[in-house]
Design a protein around this ligand. Structure first.
Ligand SMILES: [Fe+2]
Length: 306
């Protein structure tokens, strides 16, 4: 059996939303640069890459995810997708398009890796005695996330999603909890998760996570969004699987954008032992109780619990 090839990163994801105006306000306040285009909006992070396209539609949903691979892996990846039974599929100027088992449109094309090969560490200098350890509140700089970290989708069948993303896209399983949640990384050097899946009655976009420099920036981001009127979400806390500090901010349509710092990084060819963790050990180490709205798929049942 020949070894599987794998995508190395996400180029961008595209979201349908009911209001571009509300979207622009939300994403700008989150700290991303929004660019108006003929079709909608583009979202750029501090690393200069355009990570998302926002398109108008009646309801919020994932439009598609676009993955990148090394040119020498492109043909083999197309074959892997076909061997996995994905259909429909077609080729156009943007690469190879196909649908995953939940019905999400995916795209693969050759291109430069968008995520770093190694963990980006921003050292926090210790504060010596007789110095103030932090600035005053009015001196806090706007939080502007450095790059996209990962995307979490609801899935009607998490084990089926794991199999497909392993066999077709060559992602590796990082960790999972029964058939409830699974985290997957790209094999060429990647955060603990590039794509993750959570069990639901059907598909749905749950959140996109954005890397910030430190837990301080996670907290400052939460304050920044609260001041802009976006007080709902979950956090601040620390995850178990992935180890990141997090704060999720609920968007106007019931999904989330996450500030994330210090997520585990899995180097190319590292031997990462994927574990099956019991649910009570899989979600968070510390932080507030999980609100009911956090695990609610508004694409199936629009009414969001408080
Ligand atoms: Fe996340």
């Amino acid at each position: 059996m020949t070894e599987l090839r794998g995508v190395h990163s996400i180029d961008h994801f595209a979201l349908f939303v009911p209001s571009l105006e509300e979207a622009e306000f939300f994403y700008n306040n989150f700290g991303l640069t929004t660019i108006k285009t003929e079709k909608g909006l583009q979202l750029k992070a501090a690393d200069g890459h355009t990570w998302a396209r926002i398109l108008p539609a009646e309801r919020k949903s994932l439009a598609y995810m676009s993955f990148l691979c090394y040119p020498q892996d492109y043909n083999a990846l197309m074959q892997q997708v076909r061997d996995s039974g994905a259909e429909p599929e077609f080729l156009d100027n943007d690469g190879f398009w196909f649908s995953d088992p939940d019905g999400n449109w995916l795209n693969i094309k050759p291109g430069k890796k968008t995520i770093p090969d190694a963990k980006r560490i921003v050292p926090l200098p210790p504060t010596p005695a007789d110095r103030r350890g932090t600035v005053t509140r009015d001196a806090v700089k706007k939080v502007t996330p450095y790059r996209l970290s990962h995307i979490l989708l609801f899935s009607a069948d998490v084990p089926r999603s794991i199999r497909f993303y392993q066999q077709a896209l060559g992602l590796n399983l990082s960790d999972f909890s029964q058939d409830i949640i699974a985290f997957m990384h790209a094999r060429h050097g990647c955060d603990h998760h590039l794509v993750a899946f959570a069990k639901s009655a059907g598909k749905g976009f749950h959140h996109a996570a954005w890397e910030v420099d430190s837990i301080d920036e996670v907290g400052n981001g939460a304050v920044q969004m609260s001041a802009a009127g976006f007080k709902d979400g979950w956090g601040t806390g620390r995850h178990c699987l992935g180890s990141n500090y997090f704060h999720y901010v609920r968007d106007p349509w019931g999904s989330f954008f996450e500030y994330s710092a210090e997520i585990d990084f899995i180097s190319a060819n590292a031997n990462w032992p994927a574990g099956d963790f019991p649910p009570e050990n899989s979600l968070y180490l510390w932080g507030p109780d999980v609100p009911a709205s956090f695990i609610h798929n508004t694409e199936i049942e629009p009414q969001t619990p408080a």
